[in-house]
Design a protein around this ligand. Structure first.
Ligand code: GLN
Length: 468
C-alpha cells in the first residue's frame, strides 16, 4: 500500500487519475490484513491488494463527486454494496478516481475537476468516462480499479490505456450506492492489467443484492477458476457491420487477433447484427431520458452544494437565490456542466407529452430488436468479437467541440449495454504513432461479447489470448 502511495505521489501530478486519496482508510484496511498475517491466518486473493474506485461509487465517509461541482462537498454516508464486498474481501482502497461528469463522456474531459492523461502517451486522453480508473491501473498507481459502464465507459478507456476492463451482464453486480446515470444500462465492473486479476475482482463484487431490485440471482462463482486456457471448438462470430468500416492498422491488428484465436482452436464465422446501425440513436434517447429523471434529485436540497450557501464561494450577495425556485435553478445552473445540461434537456424533450411515443417508445422497440440480434447470433456462435473501438486514444481537445464525434467513439460498445450482455476489452496490439520516425505505439483493444451471464466464457477466451 505504501509503495503504491509513493508511485501516486511521484506520478499523479502528471497523470491526474485520482480526485481524492483515502490514506487513513487504506492504512486501516492494510493493518487488518497485517494482523491476520501476523496471527498466521489464511488470507484471500484480494486481501491487502490496493485499488482505486471511480468517483461515481459511494465509499462511506469519503467525498464522492461523480466528477461534478454539484457534489463537490458530498460525503457519502454509506458504502455501496460493491465497496462493502471489497472491504469484506480485505481489498485496500487507495482513493477515488477521476471521471467524466456523471459518467457522460468518452475522454474524461467533462470532469469538473481535472484532466486525466493517458499513461501510454500523456498528450492523449485516457478515454472515458472511467478514465481515472483506467489510467490508475495503466500507470501502476493501483493494481485494480472499479469503473461504471453505461455505453462503453469501462471498455473504451481500457482499450485506450492498454489494460483489461469488463462490463458484467446487466444484473450481475449490484449498483446500490453507485450514482445512477441511466438505470437500465449502468453496470459496475473491474479494470486490471491481466484478465485473471479482473476475474478475481469480479468474483468479489458479483452477486444478488436485495438493495438493488435489478440484481439477479446468481451463484457465488469464483471466476478465476474458469480460466483453463482451453478454447478448442469455441465459435466466435465477427459482426460484418462492425468490421466493414474498419481500415488501416486497427483492421490489420484485429485480423491478426482473429487468426490467433483460430490457431488456439476456435472457429470463426461472419455474422450479422443488422440493428446495430440504430444503436447510437436509440442509446441517445433512452440514456438521456433516464439521465433527465435520475439527475432531477440534484436540486440543492438533499445532496451536495446549494446555491444559497454560495456567498463564501465568491457569489455576490445580490446574485444569491431569493426564493426556493431560484435556489433549485441556480444550484443546477452553477453546479452542472454543459454536457450534463445538454443531456438533461434532450431527455426531458424525448419524454415530454406528445413526443414520448415518437422517441422514447420507439427507441424501446428498437432496443428490443437489438437484443434479438444477439439472441439470434448466440443460436449459432458462443461469442461475438470485434474491436472495442474504431480508433485509438485521441489528443486532448480533438473532439470537445463536436459532441457527435465524441459519441461515435462508443459505436461498438453501446449495443452491448442495450442488450444487457457481458463484454470484456483486452489489449490485442499497438498501432504505430504518426510522426517521423514513429515514436512507440498506441494500444488497440479487442472486445469479446458473451451470452447473458457467461462472464466466465469471455474471461477464459481473453485469458487464453493473453497467455499465448
Ligand atoms: N461515452 C458514453 C457516453 O458518453 C458512455 C458513457 C458511460 O458508459 N458511462 O454516454
Amino acid at each position: 500500500m505504501q509503495q503504491y502511495f509513493e508511485v501516486i505521489e511521484k506520478k499523479d501530478s502528471e497523470i491526474g487519475a485520482y480526485l481524492t486519496l483515502t490514506k487513513k482508510l487504506a492504512l486501516k484496511q492494510a493493518e487488518l490484513v497485517d494482523e491476520k498475517i501476523a496471527k498466521g491466518q489464511a488470507i484471500g486473493l484480494l486481501e491487502g491488494i490496493p485499488g482505486a474506485i471511480k468517483d461515481m461509487i459511494c465509499v462511506e465517509g469519503v467525498r464522492t463527486t461523480a466528477g461534478s461541482k454539484i457534489l463537490d462537498s458530498y460525503i457519502a454516508p454509506f458504502d455501496a454494496t460493491v465497496i462493502k464486498k471489497l472491504k469484506e474481501n480485505g481489498a485496500v482502497i487507495l482513493g477515488k478516481a477521476n471521471q467524466d461528469e456523471f459518467a457522460m463522456g468518452s475522454s474524461t474531459e467533462t470532469s469538473a475537476y481535472q484532466l486525466t492523461r493517458n499513461p501510454v502517451d500523456v498528450s492523449r486522453v485516457p478515454g472515458g468516462s472511467s478514465g481515472g480508473s483506467a489510467a490508475a491501473v495503466a500507470a501502476d498507481e493501483a493494481v485494480w480499479s472499479l469503473g461504471t459502464d453505461t455505453g462503453g465507459s469501462i471498455r473504451q478507456p481500457a482499450s485506450f490505456c492498454g489494460v483489461v476492463g469488463l462490463k458484467p451482464t446487466y444484473g450481475r453486480v449490484s449498483r446500490y450506492g453507485a450514482i445512477a446515470m441511466a438505470s437500465s444500462l449502468d453496470q459496475i465492473g473491474p479494470f486490471a492489467k491481466t484478465v485473471e486479476d479482473v476475474a478475481i475482482v469480479l468474483s468479489a463484487i458479483a452477486g444478488q443484492d436485495l438493495m438493488d431490485a435489478t440484481s439477479a440471482k446468481s451463484s457465488d462463482k469464483k471466476f478465476e477458476d474458469y480460466l483453463t486456457g482451453d478454447i478448442a471448438g469455441k465459435v466466435i462470430g465477427v459482426p460484418k457491420e462492425y468490421v466493414e468500416n474498419l481500415e488501416g492498422e486497427i483492421l490489420e491488428i484485429f485480423e491478426k487477433s482473429v487468426e490467433k484465436f483460430k490457431s488456439l482452436g476456435a472457429k470463426v464465422e461472419s455474422i450479422s447484427l443488422p440493428n446495430s446501425q440504430y444503436a447510437l440513436a436509440v442509446y441517445y434517447i433512452i440514456m438521456t431520458s433516464e439521465v433527465s429523471s435520475n439527475l432531477a434529485k440534484f436540486d440543492g436540497i438533499k445532496f451536495g452544494m446549494r446555491a444559497d450557501d454560495m456567498l463564501d464561494s465568491g457569489v455576490a450577495e445580490n446574485e444569491l437565490p431569493k426564493n426556493l425556485l431560484e435556489n433549485y435553478l441556480d444550484t443546477r445552473r452553477i453546479g452542472l456542466g454543459d454536457e450534463v445540461k445538454r443531456r438533461i434537456m434532450l431527455g426531458t424533450y424525448a419524454l415530454s407529452a406528445g413526443y414520448y411515443d415518437a422517441y422514447y417508445l420507439k427507441a424501446q422497440k428498437v432496443r428490443a430488436l437489438i437484443r434479438k440480434d444477439f439472441e439470434q447470433a448466440y443460436e449459432k456462435v458462443d461469442f461475438v468479437y470485434c474491436p472495442t473501438c474504431p480508433e485509438v486514444a485521441f489528443k486532448f481537445g480533438e473532439k470537445t467541440a463536436d459532441p457527435l464525434k465524441m459519441y461515435l467513439s462508443d459505436i461498438f460498445t453501446i449495443s452491448v449495454n442495450l442488450a444487457g450482455v457481458p463484454a470484456i476489452s483486452f489489449p490485442i496490439g499497438m498501432v504505430t504513432k504518426e510522426g517521423n520516425p514513429p515514436a512507440g505505439g498506441l494500444p488497440v483493444g479487442g472486445q469479446l461479447i458473451g451470452k447473458w451471464f457467461d462472464e466466465e466464457g469471455i474471461l477464459n477466451m481473453a485469458h487464453t489470448f493473453e497467455i499465448n
